[in-house]
Design a protein around this ligand. Structure first.
Ligand SMILES: Cc1ncc(COP(=O)(O)O)c(C=O)c1O
Length: 374
């Protein structure tokens, strides 16, 4: 029997008792959608602009634009920054594949960079080594709420005249010492996919301090024009608009963000407390300066056996994705990515739906403990 999942399933045959992550929608969200339908406006319009104004105020950045996804936000940012066919873009070897696909969507080619296995983020030394004359941008992924080393990456980008983009898909409202992640480069790209702390079904947005980038994004999203009241198309653009139905849902879900982040911190703390004395588990340092993890993570050499053990108990953990160099679409030599190999073979996320109960967390902890005792 197949079951449908909003998030991630290790198996398509059995509904887990404790899923890895399921989004949480409520009656307030349903009412927001109903009201938007009754308003009769379903194109990109006032609800998009209202949400973008809210984002701009919250993050203290002059320009915000909703996008159909983070993958599209990244592709639009690259295109808006002038990245094109024949260019290359640095991308970490450990990330969701959408980071690299966005580069190809913009017509360029990703260059995979190894990661630091202690932070899961781009290794700046390897990034510097892999820069080429045609490298026009670096995408710094803030993996799971942890800030990438932006000051080093900014210096490398500046030296080569390249742009710096933040993939903030997994770090909505997370911070480092400088401020909100996603506001600290040429463009920050965010995701509202169903496995994120809040969701609009699918969706995302771009933040930028650059008017030129913002205006290019508007043109690219809407058939090459700045204003919909004009039928004059200055440049080639596409249709990457976002419906006001999604914006209405995003506005409603946004109200829950503070509570969700507080709960994510609580859940993470419970897992650490319950598992910290197991010598075979390494908890990677948690973010400081107001950062948070979207999904509790750790590393263990027996990761794959642990995953099988939990699945048999009706608990779905999520092993990290295979490194990009191991993906057929982006294959590259294994020996060049020792940090990424360590992460993709050992790292794992624990169940952490917004609706997960303390009892369920205790069940996961007991099950993990039982595995390491055996
Ligand atoms: C690091 C990272 N980048 C990009 C994406 C792509 O986001 P979206 O699904 O909104 O296109 C994701 C989504 O899961 C992600 O985790």
């Amino acid at each position: 029997m197949m079951f449908a999942t909003n998030g991630y399933a290790m198996s398509d045959s059995k509904q887990p008792d404790i899923p890895w992550f399921e989004p949480l929608l409520d009656a307030e969200d349903a009412e927001a959608l109903k009201q938007q339908v009754l308003r009769g406006f379903v194109n990109e319009g006032p609800a998009n602009r209202e949400f973008e104004q809210l984002l701009s105020n919250h993050f203290g950045v002059p320009y915000a634009r909703m996008t159909p996804s983070c993958t599209m936000a990244l592709a639009l940012s690259l295109m808006a920054l002038g990245v094109k066919h024949g260019d290359t873009v640095l991308v970490p070897d450990i990330t969701f594949i959408g980071t690299a696909s966005a580069v190809r969507l913009a017509g360029a080619e990703p260059i995979l960079v190894d990661v630091d296995p202690s932070t899961f983020n781009l290794d700046p030394q390897d990034a510097a080594r892999r820069m080429r004359p045609n490298t026009k941008a670096i995408i710094a992924v803030h993996l799971n709420g942890r800030s990438a080393d932006l000051s080093s990456l900014r210096a490398i980008a500046k030296k080569h005249g390249a742009a710096l983009i933040e993939d903030t898909a997994e770090a909505l409202a997370s911070r480092n010492a400088e401020g909100f992640l996603g506001t600290l480069s040429d463009a920050g790209c965010f995701s509202f996919a169903p496995t994120k702390v809040i969701t609009s079904g699918q969706g995302g947005f771009i933040l930028t301090r650059r008017k030129d980038v913002f205006e290019n994004v508007i043109r690219l999203k809407d058939h090459g024009r700045l204003s919909r009241s004009s039928d004059l198309h200055e440049v080639t653009g596409f249709n990457f608009k976002v419906t006001d139905l999604q914006a209405a849902l995003a506005l409603s879900q946004w109200k829950k963000l503070g509570g969700r982040i507080a709960r994510a911190r609580e859940v993470d703390a419970m897992y650490i407390e319950g598992l910290r004395d197991i010598p075979e588990i390494t908890f990677t340092p948690r973010p400081m300066h107001g950062g948070y993890l979207m999904w509790p993570d750790f590393k263990t050499a027996r990761r794959d056996q642990l995953v099988q053990h939990l699945l048999a108990q009706g608990i779905t953990p999520r092993p990290f994705w295979p490194a990009l160099h191991r993906q057929p679409a982006y294959a590259a030599p294994e020996q060049e990515y020792p940090g990424a190999v360590e992460v993709c073979t050992r790292a794992c996320w624990l169940p952490c739906s917004p609706a997960i109960t303390n009892e369920q967390i205790q069940r996961v902890i007991s099950s993990v403990r039982a595995f390491f005792k055996s």
